[in-house]
Write a protein that binds this ligand. Structure first.
Ligand code: SAM
Length: 316
């Protein structure tokens, strides 16, 4: 099935398609590495890398609190299946990568595990430490984990992988820090069907707005769109055997417009895509999402299915 036209479906999200074409300078505040972009034969701009763009976005308090208020109730629905897939047991050492406010780490601790969370956003780490003062949280990057080899029994990442510029580098790092017999488990949005999950938002933007907005090149937002892709990624990093599940995740919202408003406040890439739309386009996007989500009315609210995949593998 090709849910979006013109190659914007399973392999790339709209924001990825346009992204190699840098068109204007973007200021960076975190002083990270910069790229000099060449266009039409001459240097036209200094731009943020996707990594800098995401780190800056996820470091903003408004985004962190917006995400915590609006999306954590959705993403945490995958935490129990994720910890099950990672075989997180009492006494085991669990690492939660891209932990945000420490949702999976806290759930692992409730299971009796010794849990550590790592995230590259100082704001997320501060919130995690404030909410869960007895757990360990630190700043660090998924592609260069600040831990030694063979330290953990389980490594999990709940919806972190769509944000990593190099998901394979994270999986290799997970393999390195795991003990033999340890397990990795990751969750991600899958199946960008325009009627479901984030597919509703991207389909509306594609139809009524523009996708060629100036955001740095990023990874596929639906990196595990099919199970074969998922298996390949884990096998390549050295994990085997691979286990895949698709737990039910539902976005229960008060109105059919809640999703758009939440995406504008509590995401980074999605918010940048929406902020770049003209007012008339944004109004049309809002209308399309209202109509699509309006079909999911249930018990005085709206329940949009958010197709999710959990993939796990063992370091034999
Ligand atoms: C969608 S949130 C997921 C938060 C949380 N795991 C949850 O269960 O809801 C993505 C998180 O990934 C973090 N992140 C993105 N790229 C990262 C990277 N390269 N290294 C570490 N953390 C990263 C962000 O700061 C943000 O907290």
């Amino acid at each position: 099935m090709r849910p979006f036209a013109d190659g914007l479906g399973q392999r790339c999200s709209p924001i990825i398609e346009f992204a190699g074409r840098v068109r204007r300078a973007t200021r960076v505040r975190d002083g990270g590495a910069r790229l000099q972009a060449k266009a039409r034969g001459k240097i036209v701009a200094e731009v943020e890398t996707f990594h800098e763009f995401e780190r800056r976005g996820w470091s903003a308090e408004s985004v962190v609190l917006g995400y915590h208020d609006s999306f954590s109730g959705i993403t945490t629905q995958a935490v129990a299946p994720l910890l099950d897939a990672a075989a997180a047991k009492p006494g085991g050492k669990v690492l939660d990568v891209a932990c945000g406010a420490g949702y999976a780490a806290a759930a692992a601790a409730e299971r009796g595990c010794s849990a550590t969370g790592v995230d590259f956003s100082p704001t997320q780490v501060a919130l995690a430490a404030r909410l869960h003062p007895t757990l360990v949280f630190c700043e660090g990057d998924a592609s260069a984990l600040p831990f030694g080899a063979d330290e953990f029994d389980a490594v999990v990442s709940n919806f972190g992988i769509p944000h990593f510029p190099d998901p394979q580098a994270f999986l290799r790092e997970a393999f390195r820090v795991l003990r033999r017999g340890g397990r990795v488990a990751v969750s991600a949005w899958t199946n960008p069907d325009p009627r479901l999950g984030f597919g509703v938002l991207y389909a509306a933007v594609q139809k009524h707005g523009r996708v060629d907005v100036p955001i740095p090149t990023g990874p596929n937002f639906f990196p595990f769109g099919d199970t074969a892709q998922c298996e390949r990624a884990l096998l390549e990093a050295g994990f085997t055997p691979i286990a895949i599940t698709t737990p039910p995740v539902i976005y229960r919202m008060a109105t059919p417009e809640t999703f758009l408003d939440a995406a504008m406040k509590g995401t980074v890439r999605g918010a940048a895509l929406l902020a770049a739309q003209r007012p008339e386009a944004l109004a049309a996007i809002r209308g399309a999402m209202r109509e699509a989500i309006g079909g999911y009315a249930r018990d005085g609210a709206f329940e949009l299915p958010m197709p999710t995949i959990v993939a796990a593998g063992e370091k034999l």
